[in-house]
Design a protein. Sequence first.
Length: 201
Amino acid sequence: MDDVQTMEQVLRSRLVGVDTRERNHVSAISALEAGIPDRLMNFRVAQSENPEWTKIFDQLISITGTGLVSAFVGATGTGKSQMAASLSKYVYHQGRQPVMIEAGDLCASVKDTFGTDDTSRSVFVKYMRPSLLCIDEVNGGMSDFDIKLIQRVVSRRYDTKRSDTILISNETVDEFAKMIGDRVIDRINDTGLLFDFTWKG
């Protein structure tokens, strides 16, 4: 009978989160190690009062680790970054490495190597390693060069077939698709989903 799980254990394993589904801290998590901004660390999925938001979370944790490319689009304050942080905590507790970074910081880290002994390739490779890479603030106003960098990161990670990538944007679906380009949209359609966060924050 030792192998028989109680209903509570089944629910715990299904809702996994340990840290994301519980209202209280169950296991310590390092925001720095997990690559999660401090401002997003305290939220628990159990606190969500939006069933649509929770439904997306449950859908995504069922396909993490499959090499998905996904995007969260919509107005500010709708929980896009919080979704990425909750997924990052889930991945972290699975023993895998998440990284959350803003698009501007990712692009700057590559451009900062120009004219130095460092190579942009070595910095670029750094973004191939995380099990989950969430790129926030992929918004209008980015330069063509920066968009091309994001496209390159997505394509390289897509080619590995094992690393998950999520893009987060405040644009509408149409604006985001036009900005990010057909190739990335094809990757999203092939492996994941584009989620439109239409509810009010």
